[in-house]
Design a protein around this ligand. Structure first.
Ligand code: OVV
Length: 408
């Protein structure tokens, strides 16, 4: 065998001249996703000097391999081996085993299926109360903003209630979410805009991570109980509460908002859901696939690794396009079609592997309760005026979604 054969068998990643954090890209990323998937299993994006993958198989491979693709150097564009993180690192998101494992074990216990059993009744009552109020407004002929009056309201009520936060000042959670999800991208206009108000927002968040601010028995206090038991230190406890406050609101707000968009754009699917509200979980899952709230995460190579025949050198950033993997025609038949009858599980909207969303049972609970509640109450859900987007470096987000809701 000639000495060059190993080299010959290795592909080079095609270089794609694209900015995945530009206004044009973020406004409608899907044509660019198709281009990225077509270009190859792994691409090189010169604008940022990063490797990227938009295909399901490789996104799955990267996220499943936490040994070669680490998180402790950050899961955004910034490489923490080269630059200081903009905030102290998350103990779970921006960590590798064994540190990650300690944090993960605690959060997984707090956010377990058993917990869902306990909170289900109160989450269901809040969904019912909110939808009841919106039904009254709709009956008076009002147009309902599916984002401002529903998708933002519900998670901002039930999740902080469960964490044990006071009511006052909760709007800070949305501002903080917008900021940190922008901060996973480059230092562009979007981040600058979100970071303008960062100081008071961060102060509010950190103050509310203190035990004295958290209702005894809530998710937040349960982290302090784990510290009492010696599983983590007392100094680590507020940092883990910060993870709840970072990842628990803006994600579900946009998961719900995007689901409302999918249903209002697909009247036949909505008619089917209205007929059979037990399809709510399937409908939520399919909207997560088609319009993933979290579109991207990065990893960093721990050593030189081979991905689909491409050698990625050590300490390189790899961008995983979750939202593109979820529309990969190699994985899904008719990937661009919203179809609540398909098996959408296996999508990458919650990631996968050891960093797969630890709160996904809560997210799914919120999705199920809101979608089934809407399905039972309304015969039709229609777009009354064009929706507007809230562009974010990581999140697929709407600013407004004017809806006409017709009572059943
Ligand atoms: C999944 C996620 C998103 C944002 C922040 C965090 C986690 C965190 O742990 O702070």
């Amino acid at each position: 065998m000639p000495a060059s054969s190993t080299i010959d068998s290795l592909a080079t990643a095609p270089s794609i001249d694209i900015d995945p954090f530009s206004t044009e890209f973020l406004d409608n990323p899907y044509p660019s996703y198709a281009l990225l998937r077509e270009a190859g299993p792994v691409v090189w994006i010169p604008k940022y000097g990063i490797f990227a993958t938009a295909r399901h198989e490789q996104v799955h491979e990267v996220l499943s391999d936490h040994v070669n693709y680490i998180s402790s150097a950050g899961v955004g564009l910034a490489n923490f081996n080269m630059e200081t993180p903009f905030r102290p690192k998350s103990l779970i998101l921006e960590a590798d085993p064994p540190d990650h494992t300690r944090a993960r074990t605690i959060l997984a216990r707090i956010l377990s299926p058993k917990t869902v059993m306990h909170v289900r009744e109160s989450f269901a009552k809040e969904a019912d109360d909110l939808l009841e109020r919106l039904a009254h407004a709709a009956a008076r002929g009002e147009v309902i903003d599916g984002i401002k009056q529903l998708a933002e309201v519900y998670p901002l009520k039930v999740f902080p209630d469960a964490v044990g936060l006071e009511t006052e000042g909760r709007e800070n959670l949305l501002l903080y979410g917008d900021m940190i999800f922008n901060a996973f991208g480059p230092r562009n206009e979007l981040l600058a805009k979100a970071a303008e108000k960062v100081q008071p927002v961060t102060s509010w968040i950190m103050a509310h991570c203190q035990r004295s601010m958290l209702r005894p028995g809530g998710f937040g206090d349960q982290i302090y109980q784990a510290a009492d038991a010696g599983e983590i230190s007392q100094e680590e406890a507020p940092m883990l509460v910060r993870s709840f406050l970072s990842a628990g609101v803006d994600t579900t707000v946009n998961g719900l908002g995007n689901a409302l968009l999918c249903l209002s754009q697909n009247p036949q699917s909505y008619a089917q859901l209205h007929q059979d509200p037990t399809l709510a979980r399937a409908a939520f899952e399919e909207s997560l696939r088609l319009e993933s709230a979290v579109q991207t995460f990065f990893r960093t190579t721990e050593k030189s690794v081979e991905l689909a025949g491409v050698t990625i050198p050590k300490n390189n950033k790899v961008l995983a396009f979750l939202g593109a993997a979820n529309r990969d025609e190699r994985q899904w038949p008719e990937p661009e079609r919203f179809n609540i009858n398909r098996r959408a599980t296996g999508h990458m909207a919650f990631g996968t592997g050891i960093h797969g969303c630890v709160g996904q049972v809560i997210a799914r609970l919120e999705g199920e309760l809101i979608l089934s509640g809407i399905a039972r109450r309304f015969k039709r859900i229609e777009i009354a005026n064009p929706p507007s987007r809230r562009l974010n470096n990581t999140l697929r987000a709407l600013a407004s979604l004017p809806l006409r809701l017709t009572a059943a």
